[in-house]
Write a protein that binds this ligand. Structure first.
Ligand code: F6R
Length: 609
């Protein structure tokens, strides 16, 4: 989604803005632009394409030179990616960048056109710029004009604004879309997220709903929407530049796959006391857990897939019913939930629009909400009744790997604690499961080492496929969903995950000679059943890649490739098996020459519906 930055200080502003925008590239974008105060005037440079295209264009056409300005990477929503639709957008005296969607832009545009205003682009953002300019032309005071404007705007927005009459000052305001204000020494910043500013400062303020910030090189002032000053708490990012760099890896995705053991350790270890999970700091304790009637896990994409594994685990060991729901469906289908129900919202970014809306709906209906979130201080984290942070560190690659992995680890912590609280497992079993979970970082490390080469080989065999299937039963099926998503989002090869036992009710007709089928068969109780399903696809010509445990006796001639993972506690195997699934997707994308970290059409933080 769009990324916003702003800078006021002593450095070359164009340079800082481009670098800061580089830190937001992970969000996904299709055009970029900056506006800088140059000799008291606002000078704009913008271009369709990547930041490199903007930089190349500025080499030819000249680069705005100055010490204050705003910048933007755009992920098109209203109007195609083009130079004209790129941000910043301007009125006579106002120039701004925007992340979010102005829902009532049509009515506002009509109103402004009646006032004689002319629009150059198809964007909703230009409407916000012109509306602010309209109010400013009457009120002549920037903050009051911002307040007046935001009262008219419906939808979501984070705005970075410069007024030509106030050189070397940057203004910002937000509703629903995130925005931080970075605080440096004689320099200050705005940004959609911390990676944009981490090279310059670790200190920042989180801007709350409707707050307005004014930055100059000497400091930051924040006001509420009644123009009253607000005292903000300064936060400090607990990671450094290395966390957002590639550190010698060719792509963020492979770096993040390799960071998984550490991410699990950071997430699980602090939550274990006396050999048992302890989620007290998250307001979760046995008393709270015993009161839960129904559990819903609501999320999008990979985060939702972690919930699928969570469902199997919670139902198996805590004997509590779990419904997994896609947030964009849940929020519009008037779900039957209420007091006594627990809604678990899972989100890496903590800003996903549908997940946030689902959580707010659940609260309205009287259910308790528990957020499992990676991004500190994000909106979902702040609004949930209970919160478990995952500690994956910043995830830059659009395709989620380490964030999914730690979401799984939290599903286990939660399931174990719930099972014990409900008397479904005794203390011995409780401690045993917890000890096994603590072993997973080491096991994941081992699996990365053991499966990299074979995953690479397997990926070579997928390059020419038009389509493939992932099949499995039980936990293997839940995990296959993530394997399939990973492959399609970065390799652009169509794939589906299917419950192996359901194939012959229709989908098996898709199998043709040499169609790859990735069959996950790690659960002993279902092994023979899955093997039968594998035989069925093999008999119809499929090229089978089978993933199973080291000790499994694989019948001759049922698989073209067998990828074995170490034998381990079976309920925890998804945390190991997801590694080769990630690696297969990664190497397929690399070998196809795709943009691994920023796959086409995708954005990392989906802050619009
Ligand atoms: C896929 C992926 C997405 C996200 C989804 C939810 O690799 O990353 O499917 O899982 O967009 O995002 P968050 O977790 O930020 O709510």
């Amino acid at each position: 989604m769009c990324g916003i930055v702003g800078y006021v200080g002593h450095r070359d502003c164009s340079d800082v803005l481009v670098k800061a925008l580089t830190g937001l590239e992970y969000r996904g974008y299709d055009s970029a632009g900056i506006a800088v105060f140059e000799n008291q005037k606002i000078s704009v440079a913008k271009s369709k394409g990547k930041l490199k295209d903007l930089v190349d264009k500025m080499k030819v056409e000249g680069r705005p030179k100055g010490f204050a300005g705003i910048g933007h990477t755009r992920w098109a929503t209203h109007g195609e990616p083009s130079d004209i639709n790129s941000h910043p957008h301007s009125g006579a005296k106002v120039t701004l960048v925007h992340n979010g969607i102005i829902e009532n832009y049509k009515e506002l545009k009509e109103f402004l056109q009646k006032q004689g205003r002319v629009f150059l682009s198809d964007t909703d953002t230009e409407v916000a710029a012109q509306l602010l300019d309209y109010y400013y032309s009457h009120i002549k005071e920037p903050v009051k004009a911002i307040i007046e404007t935001t009262q008219e705007l419906k939808g979501s927005y984070a705005l970075g604004i410069v007024f030509e009459d106030f050189p070397n000052r940057v203004f910002a305001v937000r509703r629903e879309s995130p925005l931080i204000v970075g605080v440096g020494k004689s320099e200050n910043f705005i940004a959609s997220d911390v990676p944009a500013i981490i090279e310059y400062t670790k200190d920042y303020y989180l801007l709350e709903q409707d707050e307005i910030a004014i930055l100059d090189e000497n400091g930051v002032r924040v006001f509420d929407n009644h123009y009253q000053p607000v005292v903000k708490e300064l936060k400090t990012a607990d990671w450094d530049v290395d966390a957002v760099g590639k550190c010698g890896y060719p792509h963020y995705m492979i770096k993040e796959i390799n960071e998984q053991p550490t991410a699990i350790k950071n997430t699980v270890t602090p939550r274990v006391k006396d050999g048992m999970p302890c989620l007290d700091e998250c307001n979760i304790n046995p008393e709270v857990l015993r009161k839960i009637k129904n559990i819903y896990i609501v999320a999008c994409g990979s985060a939702m897939h972690s919930g699928m594994v969570g469902k199997y685990v919670i139902e198996e060991i805590a004997r509590t019913a779990v419904t997994v729901d896609i947030a964009s469906e849940f929020r519009y289908r008037n779900p039957i939930i209420g007091k006594g129900d627990l809604i678990i919202i899972v989100s890496q970014s903590g800003e996903t629009a549908d997940s946030l809306a689902a959580m707010r709906l659940a609260k309205e209906k009287g259910a308790k909400t528990l957020a499992i979130v990676n991004a500190m201080g994000s909106t979902i984290a702040r609004e949930a009744d209970m919160l478990i942070y995952t500690h994956a560190g910043p995830e830059i690659s659009v395709a989620s790997t380490k964030a999914y992995m730690v979401q799984l680890s939290v599903m286990y912590l939660f399931a174990f604690e719930l099972a014990f609280a409900k008397g479904q497992i005794d203390e011995e079993k409780y401690k045993y499961y917890t000890a096994k979970l603590l072993e997973t970082p080491e096991m994941v490390e081992k699996v990365i080492a053991q499966t990299t080469e074979i995953s690479q080989k397997i990926s070579m065999k997928l390059l020419t496929a038009d389509s493939l299937l992932y099949i499995g039963r039980g936990l293997d099926y839940a995990l296959s969903m993530e394997g399939s998503l990973k492959l399609k989002e970065i390799s652009y090869i169509h794939s589906e995950s299917y419950a192996a036992g359901e194939l012959k009710h229709g989908t098996i007709s898709l199998i043709t000679k040499d169609m790859p089928v990735i069959a996950v068969a790690t659960q002993s109780a279902l092994y023979e059943k899955t093997v039968s399903n594998i035989k069925e696809v093999k008999a119809r010509g499929a090229k089978v890649i089978m993933i199973c445990q080291d000790g499994n006796d694989v019948p001759k001639d049922i698989a073209d490739y067998v990828l074995k993972i170490p034998t381990f506690e079976e309920i925890l195997l998804p945390m190991l098996v997801c590694v080769p699934l990630q690696l297969i997707a990664y190497y397929t994308s690399v070998q196809k020459g795709n943009d691994v970290d920023q796959p086409r059409n995708l954005a990392k933080s989906v802050t619009v519906e």
